[in-house]
Write a new protein. Structure first.
Lengths: 188, 391
């Protein structure tokens, strides 16, 4: 994301790998030392703008730097766009989980039998309308039963900075309620 | 039929906002004023030769202020801002939104159908109070009439009134008319189709029921040039047609000159959508923010202005409000730099009558001292260009 949005005339793929090595990895290591168990990389650029075929390899290199010997779960979250065209390549990336914006992406495009975790963006971070707890549970069950990721994480589809705090709090509350309900159902 | 107001070549004007003086902000908020505030009011009153400014000083010494006194203070602030722009030599002036809270809040707080939701980030560490539309939109009462009537009574130069546009109002609001959340198990394509239809309905309702009646009221009071501000226009690249439709729905058939202000975007995005915007007689667009500060009027010297060729080629031949002042910096553009930016634009357009000269955007991000110096140099630079072009 940073390498694409940066104001630069330099090679953006070299910048991406350099940022991974010199900025993100030290920051991630510090976060893990401080107790973080999950590192959630946000990448709206890929969802909104897309990615060229030749950029997948350097993206893989950058993520390899971040994932190598990491003692935490590493997730790469694509949002503000349809992840469906990229699912095949996303599942090849060296990360533990892939995040998908399900407001923009069809659940059926996710396929099934994932070899990674799924960060399911089920809360709309751009809308003030509160999600239905029942719908959230239904979606989570569908994902668990059909996509069958190694781990299922329920999340907002994007960051929540575009919502007033009071609305964001209500949405997170519903997300937590839905997660508890799904766990109950799964444990039965 | 929209009116085309005849203007001289290289017309100069502001774009919208100006900072609000400390005495105006504090007095309106009920905060105590100090000697510095009074000195600011005195110094600018004297510098701008505001008639009877001593009456303002006397009023400011008598806090706290009741509702009518606060309104009077807002009018003083308007008068000061108009005089600042006239003193800087602008051909067309406005009061920099001195009587409005700001461009979004002022509009929605005078309109039925909206409810306040809370603060959200606009950019960086800037926040605004976002509202949701929850029911039918209608104008509570025309919300720029009092401002316009006052400005007509005090402005010596020609007036232009900015009005926040329909697309921006909708884009900066939540849409809660239909409170049903999306069912994510439904096909994404169908959900997207429904979202786009609701969005179109929302934006056009704002245009027809909020913006247009407000424009009609201003025209009835004598407004001849209305600038439709659309800083949100390029937020969604796939909605540029909707932005154009909303502009057309707002102004079509009204008898005034309409322009629009676009800022801080990749302006290439607007083409070809704005080819259908034939009711827009001028696009005021910020370019200085992207440009070099070196002198020269060649293509290579003016990297921030390359896209103006696309505005030149619009089939209905609108004027271009050429942004020549970077409003994000205290850097004071020299008259020579302004001149060269103008000369470059005239060379590209081949017609100085189609070039108007403006700041990139509203100057509220700058102090009055910096804004005044920038505007004075802008008008001085235009004079240099006029001389060079023998206009």
């Amino acid at each position: 994301m940073f390498s694409r949005a940066a104001h630069t005339d330099q090679d953006r793929n070299r910048l991406m790998v350099g940022l991974a090595e010199q900025v993100l990895r030290p920051a991630i290591d510090a976060a893990v030392r401080a107790g973080s168990e999950m590192i959630h990389l946000e990448d709206p650029w890929l969802g909104y703008v897309g990615i060229t075929r030749e950029d997948w390899a350097p993206l893989t290199d950058a993520l390899t730097i971040l994932h190598r010997d990491l003692k935490a779960t590493l997730a790469f979250h694509v949002y503000f766009g349809d992840a469906a065209p990229h699912i095949g390549q996303l599942l090849q990336l060296p990360v533990d989980a892939i995040g998908v914006d399900l407001v923009q992406t069809d659940v059926k495009a996710l396929g099934s039998g994932w070899n990674k975790g799924l960060v399911a963006g089920v809360i709309n971070g751009r809308s003030s309308i509160l999600e239905s707890p029942k719908d959230l549970v239904d979606v989570a069950r569908y994902l668990a039963d059909t996509v069958r990721p190694r781990n299922l994480y329920l999340s907002s589809n994007s960051e929540l900075g575009y919502l007033p705090t009071v609305v964001a709090e209500q949405k997170v509350q519903r997300l937590g309620d839905a997660a508890r309900k799904v766990k109950e159902l799964v444990s039965v | 039929m929209n009116e085309i107001v005849a203007h001289k070549p290289l017309l100069t004007h502001e774009v919208g906002s100006l900072d609000k003086p400390g005495w105006r902000v504090k007095a309106y908020a009920g905060k105590p004023l100090d000697a510095k505030d009074l000195e600011e009011a005195r110094a600018w009153g004297e510098r701008l030769q505001v008639p009877e400014y001593e009456r303002l000083l006397d009023l400011l010494r008598h806090a706290p202020f009741d509702k009518e006194q606060k309104a009077e203070l807002q009018r003083w602030s308007s008068l000061y801002a108009v005089r600042l722009e006239e003193s800087a030599g602008l051909d067309v002036v406005y009061d920099g939104e001195q009587q409005r809270t700001e461009m979004y809040d002022w509009a929605v707080s005078h309109t039925n159908g909206f409810e306040r939701r809370g603060s959200v980030r606009a950019f960086d560490n800037k926040y605004y109070t976002k509202e949701a539309v929850v029911g039918p939109i209608s104008l509570r009462s025309p919300f720029h009439n009092a401002e316009f009537s006052y400005l007509v009574s005090v402005a010596e130069a020609e007036l232009k009134i900015p009005v926040t546009g329909a697309y921006t109002i909708a884009d900066w609001s939540f849409d809660e008319r239909n409170r049903a959340p999306e069912n994510l198990l439904q096909p994404a394509a169908e959900r997207a189709r429904q979202r786009h239809a609701a969005r179109r309905d929302f934006v056009l309702e704002v245009a027809r029921n909020m913006i247009r009646p407000n424009l009609e009221a201003l025209i009835a009071l004598g407004a001849r040039w209305i600038q439709v501000d659309e800083p949100g226009a390029s937020t969604e690249a796939d909605e540029l047609d909707l932005f154009v439709d909303s502009f057309n729905a707002s102004v079509e058939g009204l008898n005034a000159m309409f322009s629009t202000h676009l800022c801080f975007s990749d302006y290439n995005l607007f083409f070809p959508a704005i080819e259908r915007m034939e009711h827009c007689r001028q696009f005021a667009v910020g370019f200085a923010n992207y440009d070099s500060r070196e002198l020269g009027a060649s293509d290579a010297d003016r990297p921030g202005y390359q896209v103006i060729k696309k505005f030149r080629d619009l089939p209905y031949k609108p004027a271009l409000g050429l942004g020549v002042l970077d409003i994000h910096s205290d850097f004071i553009e020299s008259p020579e730099l302004v001149r060269d930016r103008v000369l470059y634009a005239v060379k590209v357009f081949g017609d100085p009558a189609r070039i108007h000269v403006t700041p990139d955007c509203g100057l509220r991000t700058r102090s009055w001292k910096v804004a005044y110096e920038k505007l004075r140099n802008m008008t001085a630079g235009v004079e240099l260009a006029r001389r060079e072009l023998q206009l």
